[in-house]
Ligand binder design. Structure first.
Ligand code: GRG
Length: 329
């Protein structure tokens, strides 16, 4: 069955969503507006910086795959992007990040207070838009998702500087903070299309696995990525003392003195040994192991697609599973 689900090479495929994504952009711009000038300024600043718009794509692709083409799909696509953007605004404050989407973060430009508050504006605007869609299941899915995302961030905060963190506890954080919004975005396509509970669960499974793969690669790129491609600084996770999979695996495989070096860096949030640690995560195979873990999740996502009828949208979803693992930005 999976043989029929081989992804098409991305270069050969024209973006099947280009027109719909332009419509989503129109909705995003219309709903951004506020009578408060600073809100307009900051929300436009971060939205105009671009971003890959993966979560809106999931809403559109699952609605299309399941035969729904009503305007609510555009609204929901914009809603998940607003929620995502609100979490980025908050996250960059929490992490004290300076670079996002290739530009100075909103907190660096406008200050922490303004960033948090405009994040609140986008987050609450997303809920106003949900009400306009007038479907209780949509509210149910997104109220649950945003609550879990916040839990994930608090869990992550509790795990900071913990060099003995178990891999399962690390995975739990990434399922909560990142995969949950991917899961909700995929599920919402099914909700709009009134899919059966079984089909809806398969869509959600796809989103959860894709989101997990995506975050695993995010954590890997913090060690092997490139600032220009990523649009953000590398080494930020180590600076914060964030015990991500590359470090956890390297600690399992390294000799005593190297293990102690990583332990010390996590506990102190120290980056002066970043070059040695990058070399260590590479040499111990920890980066390969992280990519393999992401590949396994991407395979699970592909398997979940077997529940969907063959279509252009399913082909595009398959391509996302490849891109999530092989991306550099
Ligand atoms: C406002 C509900 C709410 C919660 C606040 C701070 C916080 C709690 C959550 C942060 C969650 C977070 C930022 C997770 C990381 C997700 C992630 C991988 C972001 C990068 O996503 P990309 O690569 O970004 O899709 P672009 O720039 O392409 O849009």
């Amino acid at each position: 069955m999976l043989d029929t689900l081989t992804p098409t090479p991305t270069t050969a495929v024209e973006d099947p969503l280009a027109a719909a994504m332009r419509q989503v952009d129109v909705v995003i711009r219309a709903r951004l507006s506020s009578r408060v000038a600073l809100i307009d300024q900051i929300s436009n600043y971060i939205i105009n910086a671009g971003g890959k718009r993966i979560r809106p794509r999931l809403v559109l692709l699952f609605s299309e795959a399941l035969g729904f083409d009503g305007p609510e799909r555009l609204e929901l696509a914009a809603i998940v992007e607003f929620i995502h953007t609100a979490t980025l605004l908050h996250d960059d404050v929490v992490d004290e990040s300076a670079l996002r989407r290739g530009r100075a973060t909103a907190n660096a430009m406008f200050g922490n207070a303004a960033s948090v508050l405009v994040g609140d504006f986008l987050y609450s605007r997303a809920f106003q838009m949900m009400v306009s869609v007038n479907r209780m299941r949509v509210l149910d899915v997104l109220a649950d998702a945003t609550n879990v995302i916040a839990e994930g961030e608090v869990l992550q905060l509790m795990n900071m500087h913990d060099a003995d963190l178990a891999v399962d506890d690390y995975l739990r954080v990434i399922r909560f903070k990142t995969a949950k919004l991917f899961e909700a975005s995929a599920r919402l396509g099914a909700v709009l299309a009134n899919a059966s509970p079984g089909l809806e669960a398969s869509c959600a499974d796809f989103g959860r696995s894709l989101g997990t793969a995506f975050q695993l690669i995010d954590d890997l790129l913090d060690y092997e990525g490139n600032r220009d491609d990523l649009g953000k600084n590398i080494g930020d996770d180590l600076r914060e003392g964030k015990p991500t999979l590359p470090l956890l695996v390297a600690m399992q495989r390294a000799g005593d003195s190297d293990r102690e070096m990583i332990r010390h860096a996590i506990q102190q949030g120290e980056v002066n040994k970043l070059p040695q640690i990058i070399e260590l995560v590479r040499r111990t195979g920890a980066l390969d192991a992280t990519r393999q873990a992401a590949q396994l999740e991407a395979d699970k996502a592909r398997a979940a697609l077997a529940a969907l009828p063959d279509s252009r949208a399913r082909g595009a979803l398959l391509n996302l599973t490849t891109q999530a693992v092989h991306r550099s930005s």
